[in-house]
Structure formats: C-alpha cells, structure tokens
Ligand binder design. Structure first.
Ligand SMILES: *[C@@H]1O[C@H](CO)[C@@H](O)[C@H](O)[C@H]1NC(C)=O
Ligand SMILES: *[C@@H]1O[C@H](CO)[C@@H](O)[C@H](O)[C@H]1NC(C)=O
Ligand SMILES: *[C@@H]1O[C@H](CO)[C@@H](O)[C@H](O)[C@H]1NC(C)=O
Ligand SMILES: *[C@@H]1O[C@H](CO)[C@@H](O)[C@H](O)[C@H]1NC(C)=O
Length: 304
C-alpha cells in the first residue's frame, strides 16, 4: 500500500491511532521519531540519536536527513502508535559524506551517514542480556543507490571496533570471496553474521524491491552467542527466517542506522581510505522507520 501526499497519510495515521496500543515488551531504546520532527532536530541535544557521528566532516544532520517525498508510514506495529505517532525519515549520502574519525585520516574510500542511538554507549542495556533490534527500510526511487557498489544500510559494531556482530548489506559485494554464497542479484538485502571471518555467513537474502517496507528484527544473545533473524514485507507480521545461529556476540558495541558505501577496487586494498567512488549526482538515499530495541531476555519479541 502506498499513500501519496499529506491528506491520505494523515487519514491513515488517525485511523491507526484510534486502535488500542498493544501491551508490548520492555522498550530499551525507542528510535521512532515524532511526527513534528524536522531534520534540524537531529542536530539538537534533544535528538534521539548522536548528533556528532557518523557523518561527513563538513556536514550537519540538518542537511543529511530528509523528509521522504512519499509519506509511507512504517509498520503499524513498530512505527506509528507506540508512545504516540511516529514517522519515517530518510538518510542521504553525497560526495561530502566523508567521515574523519577522532584519530586518523579522512575516510575518503567510504561515503557514510549513520545514526547511533544517543543512549547506546557500547556497554548500555541495549547490548546486555538478550535484546531484539527492529527496523524497517525502503528505497527512494528519486535517490537511487548504485548497486555496482557494496552498501551497509544497518549494522552493529563491536565496542573494540574489531568487526560487526551483524551487517545488513546490499549491492555488489566488494569481495565475492568474503561472502558465503554467490550474490547473483546485487539488489538484494542480506543479513550477515560476525564480519571478521572470511567468508562471513550470509544467513538471509531477499530481493530489495522498491515501494515497499522491508521489516527486520534481530534477536541477539549478547552472552549466549546466538542470533535469530525475523523478516516481513509491507504490513505483514514478522516471521523467523534464520537462526538461532551461533555468532560471536561478545564485546557490546553500537548500532548504526544509516548507510556506508564502499568503494570499488581490487581485493585487499584499504577500503576506508582508497578505492574508487564515482561522483554522486545529487544524493543517494534510504528511508528508515520503526527503529526500536526491546528487552528479550524473558523471550518477549514483538512480531506484529
Ligand atoms: C572540510 O572543510 C575543510 C575546510 O574547507 C577542508 O579542509 C576539509 O578537507 C573538508 N573535509 C572534508 C572531509 O571534505
Ligand atoms: C554507559 O551507559 C550506562 C547506562 O546505560 C552506564 O552505566 C555506563 O557508565 C555508561 N558507560 C560509559 C563509558 O559512559
Ligand atoms: C561467546 O563468544 C565469546 C568470544 O568468542 C566467548 O568468550 C564466550 O565464552 C562465548 N559465550 C558462550 C556462552 O559461548
Ligand atoms: C556506479 O558505480 C560504478 C563504479 O563506481 C560507476 O562506474 C558507474 O558509473 C556508477 N553509475 C552511476 C549511474 O553513477
């Protein structure tokens, strides 16, 4: 279902808000932004997300975050009714999206714009016990990605930066040898496990169709080293699609909601600092909604 324009989405919103809020699991981080949020609000100390990283050295979130042209409400279960109304937002990259870490040179090989929950300091309750991270994502046909490149639209990075506990990936793998399966269609969404081993394990793959929400939940046992993946499209309830599989989930860390574009180039190069990036015409964007993290230590998982 696609709702174009303000009137129809407002109507949709009011119908949804009339239904009773479900009694849910304990929410540890609610990243669903209220309807009145503007891109400039992402630069303020009241933002739900870190205002400083991760984005281009000379960019602000006010420039990087866009209101999606087509107002598509994210999943009702996760996007609209919990703690009042929420709406999706768009994250973009341009040629300016070159991050300069606190120590070290500019990451000229990458283009990056990623939101990190303000409360997610690497050792907080979102990375303890067993938690489930929820997110919905869709393409913006007006700001398409270049699927000749590899992208990471969401991941969880270890606190010691020694790899990611999981990645959501799309595009052409930078290195085919890194993947446990051949990627024949670059325009797919792929969940991979811990990123350090080669190959990393591709545990789920699905077509990245336009004009629909792709909804994910990952239940991560931070000390059991087990991960389970749930997925649905549009407004369908989530279904288990992978796991629980064994994964090194140790060391805590941070969730990144937003995307990183790798360069192209030969295997083995320093992808953060070298490789090829075609000039971006305008901007590339992805639309996010329904971001929240819940406590699943007692087995509670929101599926619909
Ligand atoms: C940011 O702007 C400064 C001053 O113009 C420039 O020296 C620097 O290279 C820019 N950084 C990036 C990552 O483009
Ligand atoms: C991280 O946040 C937790 C509370 O969520 C707090 O107990 C801890 O001290 C914080 N750690 C750092 C390094 O700030
Ligand atoms: C999880 O993995 C870490 C790192 O390999 C290990 O230290 C820890 O003992 C593992 N935990 C379990 C329950 O297997
Ligand atoms: C996509 O990326 C490839 C590799 O960088 C480049 O050759 C191609 O021109 C790009 N396509 C567009 C439409 O920018």
């Amino acid at each position: 279902m696609m709702l174009v324009g303000g009137l129809s989405s407002l109507l949709f919103v009011s119908l949804v808000s009339a239904s009773p809020a479900q009694k849910g699991c304990k929410i540890l981080f609610d990243g669903r932004i209220p309807l009145q949020t503007t891109p400039a609000d992402f630069t303020k100390s009241t933002s739900l997300y870190n205002t400083k990283s991760v984005l281009g050295q000379n960019q602000t979130w006010a420039e990087v975050i866009k209101e999606p042209l087509v107002a598509l409400p994210s999943l009702v279960r996760s996007g609209l009714i919990f703690r009042g109304l929420a709406k999706p937002f768009e994250v973009t990259i341009t040629d300016q999206s070159i991050f300069v870490p606190g120590s070290g040179p500019p990451q000229g090989g990458f283009r990056r714009s990623e939101l990190i929950p303000m409360s997610n300091n690497g050792t907080d309750p979102t990375v303890a016990g067993t938690t489930t991270v929820h997110f919905s994502i869709q393409t913006d046909p007006f700001k398409p990605l270049n699927y000749s490149h590899e992208y990471h639209p969401i991941w969880h990075e270890r606190n010691d930066y020694n790899g990611n506990h999981f990645n959501l990936q799309t595009g052409t793998p930078f290195s085919a040898a890194k993947e446990s399966i051949p990627i024949r269609n670059p325009k797919t969404l792929r969940i991979t496990g811990w990123s350090i081993p080669t190959p990393e394990q591709n545990v789920f793959i699905t077509d990245f169709n336009d004009l629909t929400w792709h909804n994910f939940a990952l239940t991560i046992g931070w000390s059991t080293n087990k991960t389970t993946v749930y997925y649905s499209k549009g407004y369908e309830p989530l279904k288990k699609v992978a796991g629980p599989f064994s994964n090194d989930n140790s060391n805590g860390g941070q969730f990144h909601f937003g995307f990183l574009k790798l360069p192209t180039g030969p295997d083995g190069i320093d992808v953060a600092h070298t490789g090829y990036q075609e000039r971006i015409k305008g901007a590339e964007g992805l639309i996010y909604g329904g971001i929240f993290i819940e406590d699943s230590s007692d087995g509670c998982i929101t599926l619909s």
